[in-house]
Design a protein around this ligand. Structure first.
Ligand code: ADP
Ligand code: ADP
Length: 218
């Protein structure tokens, strides 16, 4: 299956992605993770992306499109992929469609996670991540067994630099302005699977699983 997961910052895309990739045996491709890895390794791409990310703004399309187009052409995604955090603009969606067409394939479904803005701020600001394995927690909604310590590998959890209230608010606004038009873009293609992301993590997962097994809810 070739999937996109769409939703504002803090909606629960990464959290649900972990379950989706396991159940449906597809590769998780997160452009945010790719940029954070590049920042950690101090690459040229990382340096360019960081200034935008720190402000909560989108990295320019030309820096993102090529990375994703190359990534989805790799052998290890033959069985399918889940794009998380891409596309974020109509330009990116058009580039993705063109790349898939070149590969004589197309998207199967776009999962659209819908969550109120107030919940998003609470979720993003309470998010803690493992710098080693990327596991995501929430200080109250989804805490690790020992506070501040990753359940998987015992590393000390960190807060992303862009998960502070002012930057989260900017990111939500950027989503409304530049990414939300993709909802109509994919609805018009009959691909959209709307999901109520305001429920608990396990309930959201049940809805996504049922939706993907049944077909789009148009
Ligand atoms: P995104 O990838 O969309 O930015 P995440 O999956 O990282 O979002 O989730 C943001 C934060 O909200 C994390 O701290 C996560 O543990 C928490 N979270 C995710 N889904 C839910 C949910 N359904 N209910 C409550 N908290 C959630
Ligand atoms: P979240 O899951 O909270 O929405 P991400 O990890 O997907 O956040 O993205 C973090 C930041 O990385 C974004 O605010 C943006 O600066 C940059 N970024 C990630 N993906 C893209 C993309 N497809 N286009 C432009 N910028 C991106």
């Amino acid at each position: 299956m070739r999937l996109v997961i769409l939703g504002p910052p803090g909606a629960g895309k990464g959290t649900q992605a972990a379950s989706i990739v396991e159940e449906f045996d597809v590769k998780h491709i997160s452009t945010g993770d790719i940029f954070r890895e590049n920042i950690k390794n101090e690459t040229e791409l990382g340096t360019k992306a960081k200034s935008y990310m720190d402000q909560g703004l989108l990295v320019p399309d030309e820096l993102v499109n090529e990375i994703v187009v190359d990534r989805i052409a790799k052998d290890d995604v033959k069985n399918g992929f889940l794009l998380d955090g891409f596309p974020r603009t109509v330009n990116q969606a058009v580039a993705l469609d063109a790349a898939l067409e070149n590969m004589e394939t197309k998207l199967d479904r776009v999962i659209n996670i819908i969550v109120d803005s107030e919940l998003l701020i609470e979720r993003a600001c309470g998010r803690r991540v493992c710098p080693e394995c990327g596991a995501t927690y929430h200080i109250s909604n989804n805490p690790p067994a020992s506070p501040g310590i990753c359940d998987e590998d015992g590393a000390t959890l960190i807060q992303r630099e862009d998960d502070v209230e002012e930057t989260v608010k900017t990111r939500i606004q950027v989503y409304e302005d530049q990414t939300s038009p993709l909802v109509d873009y994919y609805k018009a293609q009959g691909l959209l699977l709307d999901i109520d992301g305001g429920k608990e993590i396990a309930a959201v997962w049940e809805d996504i699983k049922a939706g993907l097994k049944q077909g789009a809810n148009e």
